[in-house]
Design a protein around this ligand. Structure first.
Ligand code: GAR
Length: 217
């Protein structure tokens, strides 16, 4: 493992298809970084199996054995710091961390959300709940958002978004599936920008600077 390479920690709870997209992008050298640890809040998350296939260190951290959210957040932060992580990627991580997390990794944590924030975000808006809310609302477009994590829930500065048109015969399942395909494109791209030092947070906006010659693909 190289000394100056960005170390990424990925937090997961489920299937881990976004984790896979990140692994693939690193293996194809689209992203200059390495995944130092994958932490799961669920023991049976398939994401752990995916990480294991590439000998990426994994850790199951059960939120239920901690007295409160603060101590769970602290414990996760400690594990990531021990690994020297410079970027944390939330990839379908379904536990809510306290503001201490964003304070510990200022503008060093990013999240993928399966809708066009700031709509359809916040507490309780995860997985199928998001797509069901979009369909109930009658919105013609949904999509996905990669954003920096701040002290709120789904409120941090937006890095990348991709809109997806809602079809007339759409179900939450079909919408989730179609959006996921785009998540797998924009999440690795956002990480690539981060790893190359191209992201600059100005107020609530994220500027994407041009790649330095010779570093980007
Ligand atoms: C993804 O659709 C991700 O956007 C969503 O969970 C799914 C995880 O899939 N995240 C949230 O809803 C967070 N609010 P994956 O485990 O296959 O990457």
């Amino acid at each position: 493992m190289s000394k100056d390479l960005l170390k990424i920690g990925v937090l997961v709870s489920g299937n881990g298809s976004n984790l896979q997209a990140i692994i693939d992008a690193i293996r194809r050298k689209k992203i200059r970084a390495e995944i130092s640890i994958v932490i799961s809040s669920k023991a049976d998350a398939y994401a752990l199996t995916r990480a294991g296939k590439y000998q990426i260190p994994t850790l199951y951290m059960n939120p239920k054995i901690y007295p409160d959210r603060d101590s769970y957040t602290c414990a996760i932060t400690d594990e990531l710091k021990k690994k020297g992580v410079g970027l944390v990627c939330l990839a379908g991580f379904m536990s809510i961390l306290t503001p201490y997390f964003a304070q510990s990794f200022p503008w060093q944590t990013i999240n993928i959300h399966p809708a066009l924030l700031p709509a359809f975000g916040g507490v309780g808006m995860y997985g199928h709940h998001v797509h069901e809310a979009v369909l109930r609302s009658g919105a013609k477009y949904s999509g996905c958002t990669v954003h920096f994590v701040d002290e709120g829930c789904d409120t941090g500065p937006i890095i990348l978004q991709q809109a997806v048109k809602v079809q007339d015969d759409e179900t939450a399942e079909t919408l989730a599936k179609r959006i996921l395909k785009y998540e797998h494109k924009i999440y690795p791209l956002a990480i690539k920008y981060f790893a190359a030092g191209q992201l600059q947070v100005v107020g609530n906006r994220v500027l994407i600077k041009k790649a330095k010659k010779g570093r980007a693909e």
